[in-house]
Write a protein that binds this ligand. Sequence first.
Ligand SMILES: Nc1ncnc2c1ncn2[C@@H]1O[C@H](COP(=O)(O)OP(=O)(O)O)[C@@H](O)[C@H]1O
Ligand SMILES: CC(=O)N[C@@H](CCC(=O)OP(=O)(O)O)C(=O)O
Length: 264
Amino acid sequence: MIIVKIGGNILDNPSRLHSFLVDFSKLQGPKLLVHGGGKIASAIGQRLGITPVMVEGRRVTDAETLELVTMVYGGLVNKQVVAQLQALGCNSIGMTGADANAIRATKRPLGAVDYGYAGDVAGNESINITALDAILQAGLTPVFAPLTHDGNGSMLNTNADTIASVLATALARKYRVTLMYCFEKKGVLADADDEGSVIHFIDQQKYKELKVAGIVSAGMVPKLDNAFAALNQGVSQVLIGEAEALLSIEETDTTFAGTTISLN
Ligand SMILES: Nc1ncnc2c1ncn2[C@@H]1O[C@H](COP(=O)(O)OP(=O)(O)O)[C@@H](O)[C@H]1O
Ligand SMILES: CC(=O)N[C@@H](CCC(=O)OP(=O)(O)O)C(=O)O
């Protein structure tokens, strides 16, 4: 099966989002979509007087921000994506981690930074594989917002790249899983300003070198950490590339134009 994560810069661009959803709806076999929306939450928050605070790519989520992200990710973004997929004939079901008890998380413990209502997912035991599999077997396509719950009545905000990685890992017990991170660039780039500088293969050693050299930074660091975590736990293939490259991954005679992640 294929699990696709779509990032904030595509969600924010109606025409790129629409063409991505057209392609996604054409994918054969069981599939699952995870969306972000951090950029949209920040913009709507600012209209409501809530200033975004990000530390190392993660949002500091106080009680007010938790209400904001629950409305924006679980409501606006999730339902707009599901409605567009329905119009394309892809029968999808919008979900958060609370729905069907799909993903339980624990509030991140207090450290140097208090991330507030940000949730970490412990492992496969936190994912309701039985419920997810029943949804997939019914021919439905789950569309996940980046929200989890704590089992005690509270929603938690969880990075969308992490949601994609933990779902891929859990479903790898039953399916052969390809995980693709789709974003606005052609892949992991050697030079952030040059779309022609895609690094086609990254293993763990190369990743260390790229980090030390400062070539991968910001949001790319948690994305690659999540990519290696998935491969280390049974996911068959992890790809990072532009949203427009999605359908090429099903073509056996085309080499992937983005970045392929491998353990070694
Ligand atoms: N070497 C790199 N190649 C490509 N993008 C990079 C690189 N290093 C850092 N980045 C940044 O990582 C971002 C992708 O991470 P993130 O913002 O979490 O994306 P999204 O949520 O859209 O998937 C890119 O928009 C880019 O600014
Ligand atoms: C805890 C945490 O940081 N959650 C993220 C969830 C959204 C997200 O990951 O969106 P993108 O994929 O578009 O960046 C946030 O609120 O920004």
